[in-house]
Design a protein around this ligand. Sequence first.
Ligand code: GUN
Ligand code: FE
Length: 443
Amino acid sequence: YFGTIVHSLSQTELEIVEAAVGVDSEGTIVFVEHNTAADEAAKKHGWAEGEYSVVAPVDQATSFFFPGFVDTHIHASQYPNVGLFGKTTLLDWLNTYTFPLESSFKDPAVAKSIYSRVIARTLGHGTSTAAYYATVHVEGTSILADLALEAGQRAFIGRCCMDANSPDYYCDESLEAAQDATRAVIAHVRKIDPAFETVSPILTPRFAISCSRELMAWLGQVAAEEHLPVQTHISENKLEIETTLKLHPYADSYAGVYDTFGLLTNRTILAHAVHLSDDERDLVAKRGCGVAHCPASNSALTSGETRVKWLLDAGVKVGLGTDVSGGFTPSILHTARQALLVSRHLAMKGEETHKLSIDEVLYLSTLGGAEVCGLDSKVGNFVVGKKWDAQLVALDNKNSPVDIFDWERGKHEDLVAKWLFNGDDRNLTKFWINGRLVAGTEF
Ligand code: GUN
Ligand code: FE
């Protein structure tokens, strides 16, 4: 692959450089040579002529390679509801819009049709890795795993655990039923992708309100014994926090509830974390959990503004989540834009230190998300040994929503800013995951 690469080296360093990237037949990056012609780089690494082909953008001056996006929090089953939330807030939104829709996934045909669309749409927007919530249903959730594997998307597949305080028409019937269903989905995912090469199971207590103490304790134990990742929601909405603390009076905080049951691990993804106290933040940092920042959802459901800088400064890993359909967009590019704006709202209300830069939100959307998912040794940027999860972004292509002026050609730093604010899936011409071409307007 030859062209301009744009990728994060760290939270604050976005590298933009012309490079030849060598990728082997397994999709692994074997060399990255800066400012070197493709054939010269290949020769240097002992690749014989005729044994490789060069992929380069048609218009180098307005195109670049960018790592695949990581969506650290998305409810695949809620996709048909994007945009539908009215003036609700979290708990009445769940009862009015969300639980009725999720219950329809009892029908495997519904699961198949909606999950296919979600995967096609998120791939179209450049999501190479998604931490998915499905529903309570074993068959439907297994279908999501099958479809992700087939489409080539990296995916964590979470069957929602909810055996308490949930509607009669949509819940686990008992603790045992929740355990059996959880086991069944893990077994299915292990069967179809034994090495967890692209698809992995993830333990998914929906949130503390909807899980019995016994279920959370069991999930914590399974997470420890089988080294499985965990995802859940935390401290999204004030009424949710109040309800949680009433149901769990022994705990001194929301994070304390999860910690009691061993659910705060270095493989735990906590969605939202809007209203954490200083002590909770420190506990989350100490346990090594990651936070899925969901700015579109937090704005739409008026949940609040997550203090991303305040989390990062304490050493908490942070990535971005669309939180479809609390969030209305399946695009991580749009979510990065919103993360930037929400940080500016915090800055306007308080301190300038909350403000996130373009480089920082692009880090959150890729390498930061990979860290949250425990995949940073595998994906997140273009480093030797990692996998080729890459978007070929073209800004001056047919149907581009971005207008490029002559003087901007070749100024990739400015082009990246234009892409962040005005670009969309029409700019994603080719998209590879694990070295396999999976989507894009030229797919
Ligand atoms: N808390 C519990 N369930 C949900 C959900 O589906 N979406 C969001 N945003 N928060 C939740
Ligand atoms: Fe959510």
